[in-house]
Design a protein around this ligand. Structure first.
Ligand code: AMP
Ligand code: MN
Ligand code: MN
Ligand code: MN
Length: 276
């Protein structure tokens, strides 16, 4: 049987809308044979996802998507094939949990100044003990009819520089990569084109990422664009980084983006799964 990899997606343990069980079932339905669950800054969904994968005969790769700081920029590092309980990783997760909780309090205060009350209480109920993300606030703003859609919530309130935006300094890139490596994982730069870097800055980032122990970068993403894929494949070969493939699926509500709906990795790129 040919294998279909999807190495980037989210569950209710962070800002996805499906439970780990439902996410894995949907992946199996879509023909995915190897799935990595990569929730933002948490490994809390992995045990449930593994149970579901065992029942369905799908291979689950333990993953995470760490929010990291590089210079003035927040970037995302996907850790694949990690040992979730490793102390070094859990230490960073605990730090990120504190950062996210403090940020959520500040976002809530900013919304309160605009007359939108009790945001924190509401998102905490939904997120229970898991990571609170801006998507939780976006869902709250939609549910209270302050905005019609999630994207309007980002445009009016939560996006960069908007009224309820709170800037955060995440864990340094180097610490994030090292924690993933120490926990036995492969560190992969997520969606490199989403940071809107010039070619010069992109090369600086890829060089530093590689120097700190980064081994891979996403080359095929859910928003398929052949020109972008060529650019990414060239960077991967130039910097001798393995290529990863991931949809970044969050919710069935986004019809443009589906689990496993991914182009094949260009042949000149070394597949990241050969590293484990
Ligand atoms: P956070 O990590 O808490 O800053 O939240 C970032 C998450 O918000 C991302 O992982 C996306 O899932 C989501 N997101 C960011 N921008 C948008 C947008 N314009 N529309 C919908 N979702 C977004
Ligand atoms: Mn997200
Ligand atoms: Mn991301
Ligand atoms: Mn993601």
């Amino acid at each position: 049987m040919t294998k279909l990899y999807d190495l980037h997606c989210h569950s209710t343990a962070s800002d996805g809308s499906l439970s780990p069980t439902d996410l894995v079932s949907r992946a199996a339905e879509k023909g995915v044979t190897t799935l990595a669950l990569t929730d933002h800054d948490t490994t809390a969904g992995l045990v449930e996802a593994q149970n579901s994968a065992n029942n369905l005969g799908l291979t689950l790769i333990n993953g995470i998507e760490i929010s990291a700081q590089w210079e003035k920029l927040g970037i995302h590092i996907v850790g694949l094939n990690i040992a979730p309980e490793h102390e070094a990783l859990q230490k960073i997760i605990a730090e990120l949990h504190i950062m996210r909780t403090e940020r959520a309090e500040k976002i809530s205060q900013k919304l309160a100044k605009k007359g939108i009350l009790n945001a924190l209480e509401s998102v905490q109920k939904v997120a229970s003990n898991e990571m609170i993300t801006r998507v939780h606030f976006a869902n709250f703003l939609v549910s209270q009819a302050h905005v019609a859609t999630i994207s309007e919530a980002f445009d009016r309130y939560l996006g960069d520089g908007k009224v309820a935006y709170v800037s955060t300094i995440w864990t340094p890139l180097e610490n994030s990569v090292k924690a993933i490596r120490v926990a036995g994982g492969v560190a992969v730069l997520a969606h490199p084109l989403r940071y809107k870097l010039t070619a010069t800055r992109m090369k600086k980032l890829l060089g530093e990422f590689k120097n700190t122990g980064g081994q891979g970068m996403e080359v095929v993403t859910g928003r398929y664009n052949p020109d972008e894929m060529r650019v990414l494949a060239n960077y991967a070969t130039q910097f001798e980084l393995a290529g990863s493939v991931g949809s970044d699926f969050h919710s069935p509500a986004n019809q443009w983006l589906e689990l496993g709906r991914l182009a094949p990795l260009p042949e000149k790129v070394k597949p990241v799964w050969e590293l484990w």
